[in-house]
Design a protein around this ligand. Structure first.
Ligand code: SF4
Length: 292
């Protein structure tokens, strides 16, 4: 729970505040940009919510925050905010909210499908919060848990135990040691089923894999995200733990595929036409080569 005593001085006066435990994951700024801002290595409230909608978004941020760093002075019911997750992004693809500190607040997603379509897929791990687990259960549970890379696995074991799902991960990120049920190897793209394609993209980590759903949704982990500052797709050079040149090479592989959504673990979501997405990807690759 956030603490008033540890309230950051950068917050404006009023109901909502961020305390000093903030790890600067960006979740609140994405969910409620009218309320939260980055003041440099942490977030704070720069404008108090003024409408019911803004209050609701600020409360959703409070629930999504991995470190419980957001607090309020007034008493609010958080029921609606809790029940808003998993939150639909488009079609049958949902954002789980409830990010985990163990994954540094990485975003995870749920693809909701019928058993005939292969069942639900949880992409990376949210916090194992009972309220979220219950909601996922109501949506049909988890058939498959796809883990993009070793940093965003958080509560994978708890989800596997609860739902008996098959966890899928690349061998080069320690899948065997972590007890994954399905281990993928090599650099060739591999179908998970008829609608899901796993594309190994070494770079951020050696065993990083992105997941393409129906040639529309690309779940990118920490490989690729939208940069609001540069208004194009980007990658994070300072956290290319394995190899930036490899990540650049992996990025070029994605030109072979169509997608309209980039859904990252860290960084911003982007939705665009397939053509625009390809143009942004080309720009990103050129930029990566130039910084190589
Ligand atoms: S969601 Fe929480 S940890 Fe992340 S930036 Fe906001 S206050 Fe900080």
């Amino acid at each position: 729970m956030a603490s008033r005593a540890r309230r950051l001085p950068q917050n404006v006066e009023g109901d909502f505040y961020v305390d000093e435990t903030c790890i600067d994951c960006d979740a609140c700024r994405q969910i409620a940009p009218a309320t939260f801002r980055d003041h440099g290595e942490q977030s704070s409230v720069y404008r108090q919510p003024e409408t019911e909608r803004e209050t609701q978004l600020a409360l959703q941020s409070l629930i999504a925050c991995p470190t419980a760093s957001i607090g309020t002075i007034e008493k609010h019911s958080v029921r609606a905010a809790i029940d808003s997750f998993p939150q639909r992004i488009a079609d049958n693809v949902y954002f789980c909210g409830f990010t985990s500190e163990a994954s540094f607040g990485a975003w995870s997603y749920l693809i909701v499908r019928t058993p005939e379509e292969g069942g639900n897929v949880l992409v990376d791990s949210p916090r194992f919060a009972s309220q979220l687990v219950k909601r996922i259960e109501l949506l049909g549970g988890v058939q498959t848990m796809f883990l993009t890379h070793r940093d965003d696995i958080a509560a994978h074991a708890s989800f596997a135990k609860k739902f008996g799902c098959e966890r899928v991960m690349h061998a080069a990120d320690g899948a065997a040691r972590l007890g994954m049920e399905r281990i993928i190897e090599g650099e060739e793209a591999l179908p998970l089923d008829k609608d899901l394609l796993m594309i190994p993209v070494p770079g951020h980590t050696r065993g990083h894999v992105v997941l393409l759903y129906k040639n529309r949704f690309l779940f990118t982990g920490d490989h690729l995200a939208w940069s609001p500052a540069r208004e194009t797709l980007t990658a994070f050079r300072s956290v290319a733990w394995y190899s930036w040149p490899e990540q650049t090479r992996s990025m070029a592989k994605l030109l072979d595929y169509d997608f309209e959504w980039v859904l990252p673990g860290h960084g911003r979501i982007h939705h665009d036409t397939k053509e625009s997405m390809r143009a942004h990807l080309s720009r990103c690759i050129e930029w990566m080569k130039a910084t190589g």
